[in-house]
Design a binder for this molecule. Sequence first.
Ligand SMILES: *Cc1c(COP(=O)(O)O)cnc(C)c1O
Length: 501
Amino acid sequence: MTLDEIPLLVDSSLHDDLLCRESFNDLEKQTNLVLKTIKKFFGKKDFYNGDDITAINRHKIEAKTNGSDTLTFEEAIEYLNKLYIDNAIAFHNPNYVAHLNCPVVLPAIAAEIIATTINTAVETWDQSTSATFIEQEVIKWICGEFNFPVTSDGVFTSGGSQSNFMALLMARDDYAFKHFGVNIKQQGWFNEVSKFKIFCSDKAHFSVKKNAALLGMGYDAVVPVKTDYKMRMDPKALELAIEKVKQEGNIPIAVVATMGTTDFGSFDPLTEISKISNDYQMWLHVDGAYGGCFVLTDTHKKYFKSIDLADSITIDFHKTFFQPVSCSAYLVKERKNFQYVSYYADYLNPQENRDEARPNLIEKSTQTTRRFDALKVWFTLKTLGKNTISKYLEKVHYLAESVYHKIKDNPLFEVAHKPELSTIVFRYKSLNVNENKVHDRVNLFIKNKLFKQGKASIASTKLDGNIYLKFTLLNPNNTEENLFEILKMIEQKGEQYKSIN
Ligand SMILES: *Cc1c(COP(=O)(O)O)cnc(C)c1O
């Protein structure tokens, strides 16, 4: 058999379902149809069509796939529209005030299209080229905003939970290495790890506990520290808790200070906490998933005075930089701490090929294949600039304050705190009742009714075991009038509860 006679094993016809030059016309056509469909979604008045159990059950069946459906693109979009798009939750709608979801800025969408179609993976230079520099420069910029030194560095992550995971991993491994000479990355777990304790406020994010468990330390390794009337960690209580842990023979290794707690937007007192963590030689991590971006504002800069004393910082651009999910970063003051996650794989980033001019970001990440999420932040900075974002943040803070002033003296409401960021926690407290159990039922009724009728999406949370309502305001296009309107709806639903019970 000569070379020419080797049979063709694959069909040589072009696979025009793959994105390539030949399929570009199709991409343009499909994109136009997609835009038309999304435009309808953005044209809707309500944040949600409303909750109807018949429709929910139908959607569950419609979501099924047997792996070999044969819809045309147009049919599939129409199908998806009914199943999902038309009843998706609209985070840009001013009556959506529930969770930390933000409307997104236009340049971020353009950047997403570029990053997704080119599909750059940023883990190694040979996949990423100059995208590497774009991520590095965004990291450098945000480290600068926090007054981190030139030795600082960072990496994009999937979210605050992953960033907090990296922080606790570094805290654990750094402590083990410095105080016990144990290299956990190489040798794994050793007995003393079960004595390691991490301190955070009792209002800190649950991912601190979850990550402690994932890192082999367990939920019990996390010691909740009391908060004051402003929902901030009480530094005295922190010191007492550390002393108690030591007396019990355990080992305090880290403090997590929250800049913007998820429920109350409160800022832990960083200057005092950093003194304590320094005295006890503990790692200081700042969880700024929610509040971190407020470093860009004039109104909140003051809270960040001692941020440069932190060892590491979590910041979520998909919460308070108006970016699509995912977009988050983990920053460390001393770049060398990335040694606790680095790995040199022969096929990707062999150590002997290290090249300062062509860095491999994988050395800093717990992920391997990784999206080019930094592009949307970079593109936003290049076009809108950080001042636009800062104005948005000041606006949503202002809105939270307005709601606070509106209800603080209203006997129908009880406010849990004065908002420091853009959340406000309160409950409807109908007159003549003094029982928390009743208030719990009324407030849940209000929240569920407003959601199910597609009128407004409000969150709920617990304070001292009792149910409260929560506005999370991340939409700069919202208005006081509209928010006051939602308050009226809450009153109406509260009245309705009374009349049917
Ligand atoms: C939202 C939040 C997190 C978790 O971030 P994800 O991006 O959702 O993983 C962590 N900490 C705080 C304070 C948060 O508000």
